[in-house]
Write a protein that binds this ligand. Structure first.
Ligand code: NAP
Length: 248
């Protein structure tokens, strides 16, 4: 029997990068996976990659109306489910002096408010013994230039993981976080449309990493699956997948 056969999974932000890699591994292991995203092109290509084991649903992680609709869709699709991977988010790269109120509000809406209300609406549909995984980032424990606001959002998310873990313990639901270091995903191209700039920055990130490279989406995905299904005595924790960046 496949490792994840009979498991139902929701991946918020699952049409690209880390979320898509996780969804693919789950589908390959026999799970049914619902992924969300906003861009139509992303939804279509994710649907193609996931095939019959997956369903790609348009949903804006910042919108409470969309989160309500998502909960109804999840109920219709699965009734109840086993793993919630709250992964939608982004690193706002901006120095303090050029960060506007709109940029600040946006990064907090996607990285903090969305995950909070997704938990409010989706946790009631989770099975006893289920698990939640949040995607934080190394910037929540390391001071990094241009990432002050984004780092603060991920620190808030790390804190939410602890609070939700305590609150959901009586229902047998574990809540943990995976904390990627710089990881080779399409997000770099989105943050830096100038290819030269993206290459320069990822080069610098590789050089600064103890392992002298970026991580891969698949390396983060494996940690998500570990926290989701294997780490049965672990809750409220954060697992770094960062080449040692926050530890060495
Ligand atoms: N890559 C890194 O170096 C790195 C490092 C540390 C932490 N992280 C974190 O890892 C997570 C995944 O990042 P990634 O690098 O895999 O990014 P990615 O390739 O850009 O994928 C992000 C996914 O989230 C979705 N998404 C983004 N905003 C959304 C919104 N408002 N509503 C619904 N879906 C949304 C995207 O779809 P649409 O764009 O179509 O909405 C996409 O499916 C993020 O939380 C990020 O902060 C990444």
């Amino acid at each position: 029997m496949d490792r994840y056969s009979g498991k139902n999974v929701v991946v918020i932000g699952g049409t690209s990068g880390i979320g898509l890699a996780t969804a693919k591994m789950l589908v390959d292991g026999g799970a049914h996976v619902l992924v969300t995203g906003r861009s139509q092109a992303g939804l279509e290509s994710a649907q193609k990659e996931l095939g019959k084991g997956g369903v790609a649903v348009s949903s804006d992680a910042r919108s409470l109306t969309d989160i309500d609709a998502l909960a109804s869709r999840v109920k219709a699709e699965f009734d109840t489910f086993d793993l919630l991977f709250v992964n939608a988010g982004f690193g706002l790269f901006a120095p303090i002096e050029s960060t506007t109120e709109a940029m600040y509000d946006e990064v907090f809406a996607v990285n903090v408010k969305g995950p909070f209300f997704a938990m409010k609406k989706l946790a009631p549909l989770m099975n006893q013994g289920g698990a939640v995984v949040f995607t934080t980032a190394v910037s929540n424990v390391k001071g990094m230039p241009m990432l002050a606001a984004a780092g603060a959002t991920k620190a808030a998310l790390r804190s939410l993981a602890r609070g939700f873990a305590a609150e959901l313990l009586p229902r047998g639901i574990r809540v943990n976080a995976v904390s990627p270091g710089p990881t080779d995903t399409p997000s770099w191209g989105k943050a830096f449309p100038d290819k030269g700039m993206a290459a320069q920055l990822t080069g610098q990130m590789s050089e600064a990493n103890p392992m002298k490279r970026l991580g891969t989406s698949e390396e983060v995905a494996k940690a998500v699956l570990f926290l989701g299904f294997d780490a049965t005595f672990t809750t409220g924790a954060e697992l770094p997948v960062d080449g040692g960046l926050t530890q060495l």
